[in-house]
Design a binder for this molecule. Structure first.
Ligand code: BES
Ligand code: MN
Ligand code: ZN
Length: 501
């Protein structure tokens, strides 16, 4: 998909499809109140073309509700697509992101090759953030997961033009547009990695993909394997990996901008389980195929590092991805085993399916050894987090309120939903072991929290954020603006958190 920004008058654009946004201004709560949709454009010709259908009451401008008009009178465009934002009072920048995705996903399967998307004009939709969000949303909508279909037709929209009015602040919009492209492409890189099946994306191949990305954007990159894990005494990470024929990969990405040699160093640590069978505590076969996405946290870090390299914030960042395959095997680790982590802490294995926290334990220790002063990790860590928060909010934890405040601020820009859950001594009690320092599960209740407490043991006093994205990394049902499949969640929030330093 070619994407461009242009400053034009909408009525005169010759294109296959012009998309404009609408919002419902009806405020009455009466059940039979008629919707009163308005177009979010000042272009009078476009308003006239849509006037009749908007006054008909047939179209409510609900969120992502679409309406297509052919041969709209008075416009050079061959089709006019109206995309709803829902109630006007609630229309915001994230709703623009989704509407752009909806426009792209409407256009794609219809064989329409060009799409001009009008930047909405409304008081609560600032043009810069709306521009960036529309571009991100277009990339999100453009992604489809059917990579290996032999009859895959390239139905991609060939050109997506974001149309802004001629009297906008053109330089500001160009900068916002360029940012949106970087972020959208990076999020889709993450999604394409997450989408790959376990046989096509082993830890080694994930390492290669990270190294290719790093070479393209000028990041430092090292990919280590078994020997290095032994050298660093990463007994927790190795224990997970030892049951697989596929060697592990310890992927390190470095962003070292000039003039930031004495500020904070941010450590981004991702869970990269390229397939999670559960190991000896094997998972039921129902839906096990989805456990290819158990590397989504690691892929989010790879996508975020790409965006960081291109957007060049003035802060040092180290990415650490712990990639392994969790398999049952004669050499696999077993319940009851005691492993010694890189930090020296001993871990009693209760359940080999609680493997993510083990690879992260050593990843977090290593990021600290490499100099990280602040840590953030992302992982598809627990089913318990999905039980707690569903598929609407991802879980988040922090041991430091100022660091959390930065992340909370980042969410306003990213438009992603994370809900902070508590930590506490009572939860930490639940993972004390009789034979060693800690055990890798804390029983049935509060499973997302005891997993976070486990990680906290290795983070120690370093300010830290933990993101449990198990419920959001995979979209179970397609939405008008995003396909069923990998979501790329956390890339945008992590990026904005980094930029807040
Ligand atoms: N990768 C899973 C968590 C998961 C579940 C991710 C569903 C995405 C969707 C993780 O490794 C796991 O198996 N966790 C166990 C932990 C338990 C054994 C303490 C779980 O959640 O059941
Ligand atoms: Mn598991
Ligand atoms: Zn897992």
């Amino acid at each position: 998909m070619k994407i461009q920004l242009s400053f034009v008058n909408l009525a005169g654009i010759e294109t296959e499809l012009l998309a404009v946004l609408a919002a419902d201004t009806q405020t009455s709560k009466a059940p039979d109140a008629k919707p009163e949709p308005v177009l979010l454009t000042s272009d009078e010709a476009v308003q006239t073309a849509a006037a009749s259908v908007l006054s008909s009451g047939e179209y409510k401008a609900g969120a992502n509700e679409t309406l297509l008009l052919h041969a709209p009178a008075g416009l050079a465009a061959r089709r006019l697509l109206i995309v709803g934002l829902g109630k006007q009072a609630k229309a915001n920048v994230p709703s623009v992101r989704n509407a752009a995705g909806t426009a792209v996903r409407f256009t794609k399967p219809r064989g329409i090759r060009e799409l001009v998307f009008a930047l909405p004009e409304a008081e609560q939709l600032p043009p810069g953030p709306s521009t960036r969000a529309a571009v991100e949303g277009a990339f999100v909508g453009d992604f489809d997961p059917d990579t290996y279909r032999s009859d895959r037709k390239d139905q991609s929209v060939q050109t997506f033009t974001l149309a802004a009015s001629g009297n906008s602040d053109q330089d500001a919009l160009k900068a916002a547009f360029a940012e949106g492209v970087i972020v959208g492409e990076s999020q889709n890189l993450t999604r394409s990695l997450v989408n790959e099946p376990g046989n096509k994306l082993t830890p080694t191949i994930l390492g290669r993909r990270a190294a290719e990305m790093a070479a393209e954007v000028g990041l430092g990159c090292e990919v280590h394997s078994t020997e290095k894990l032994h050298e660093l005494k990463m007994g927790a990470f190795w224990s997970v990996s030892q049951g697989s024929e596929e060697p592990p990969a310890l992927i390190v990405l470095r962003y070292e901008p000039e003039g930031a040699s004495d500020g904070p160093v941010l450590g981004l640590v991702g869970k990269g389980i390229t397939f999670d069978t559960g190991g000896i505590s094997i998972k039921p076969s129902d839906k096990m195929e989805l456990m290819k996405y158990d590397m989504a946290g690691g892929a989010a870090m790879i996508g975020a590092m790409r965006a960081i390299a291109l957007l060049k914030p003035r802060v040092r960042v180290i990415g650490v991805v712990c990639a392994a395959e969790n398999m049952p095997d004669g050499k696999a680790y077993k319940p009851g085993d005691v492993e010694t982590a890189m930090s020296g802490k001993t871990i009693e294995i209760i359940n080999t399916d609680a493997e993510g926290r083990l690879v992260l334990a050593d990843g977090l220790s290593y990021a600290k050894q490499l100099g990280a002063t602040h840590l953030i990790d992302a992982a598809t860590l627990t089913g318990a987090c999905v039980v707690a928060l569903g598929m609407t909010n991802a879980g988040a934890f922090s041991n430091d309120d100022p660091t959390w405040a930065k992340f909370d601020g980042a969410l306003a820009t990213s438009g992603e939903k994370f809900w902070r859950l508590p930590l506490g001594e009572e939860y930490a009690e639940l993972i004390k072991s009789d034979i060693g320092d800690i055990k890798n599960t804390g029983g049935r209740y509060g499973g997302a929290i005891t997993a976070a407490e486990f990680l906290k043991v290795f983070v120690e006093e370093t300010p830290w954020i933990h993101l449990d994205i198990a419920g959001l990394a995979w979209v179970e049902d397609s939405k008008p603006y995003i396909a069923k499949g990998p979501s790329g969640v956390a890339v945008r929030s992590i990026l904005e958190w980094v930029r807040s330093f």
